[in-house]
Design a protein around this ligand. Structure first.
Ligand SMILES: N[C@@H](CCC(=O)N[C@@H](CS)C(=O)NCC(=O)O)C(=O)O
Length: 204
């Protein structure tokens, strides 16, 4: 399998951590890929028409897009029910949390594009603030979920780790550790996992 990948992408990081935790990492070739908003990439658009990474290209040439779907595919390949509970209420809780964390990451990425990539005269501060608040309120939500944070590893915990790592990487002064001490302790614990440690984004 091939995975279109950038070490700075929190979505690609989530897939990488999941692949390591599922014992599948040696089956995946990482293909360095650059996508920049506002710049066409015709070659990559032929793989993923919406020009987002990561995308997984399976050994028979099928393309699976969106990290949410890719990690479900990998979990299935590893036998199922490993990072995403196979059934019951917990399955839907983990999937719903994962979806919420996807929304938080989407909002953080939009903030990054708005504040750092969009030409300054065109910026819309209220819109960027709105998106930042979505991520911030999401962190507040997970700060209260102490039981969720201490469960055996699941995909929502991996996604939360990627949210916090992305906050460190792109919004280093946002102060999440001070505001959310339980998330800080959770993040420190996650960093003891080799999969999490090895995938920390490179210094900006
Ligand atoms: N929902 C997608 C989001 C992927 C995404 O937004 N990736 C970013 C890189 S971190 C991207 O490709 N951005 C390029 C763009 O939106 O133009 C997923 O989970 O894979």
């Amino acid at each position: 399998m091939k995975l279109t990948f950038s070490p700075t992408s929190p979505f690609a990081r989530k897939v990488r951590i999941a692949a390591i935790e599922l014992g599948l990492i040696d089956k995946i070739e990482f293909v360095p890929t650059t996508v920049v908003p506002g710049q066409p990439n015709d070659e990559y658009s032929r793989i993923n028409p919406v020009k987002k990474l990561p995308a997984l290209i399976t050994d028979n040439g099928d393309v699976i897009v969106d990290s949410y779907v890719i990690v479900e595919y990998l979990d299935d390949l590893a036998g199922g029910g490993k990072l995403i509970p196979a059934s019951g209420a917990l399955r839907w809780k983990v999937k719903s949390d994962h979806s919420l964390l996807q929304g938080m990451l989407d909002s953080m990425l939009l903030c990054r594009y708005e504040n750092m990539v969009r030409p300054e005269p065109l910026r819309w501060q209220a819109w960027a603030d709105d998106h930042w608040n979505r991520a911030w309120n999401g962190m507040a939500h997970f700060e209260k979920q102490t039981e969720r944070l201490s469960r055996p590893l699941d995909i929502a915990q991996i996604a939360l780790t990627c949210v916090l790592g992305y906050a460190d990487f792109r919004f280093a002064d946002c102060g999440w550790r001070k505001a959310y001490p339980k998330l800080d302790a959770f993040h420190e614990k996650m960093l003891t996992r080799p999969s999490v440690k090895i995938s920390v984004p490179p210094p900006a």
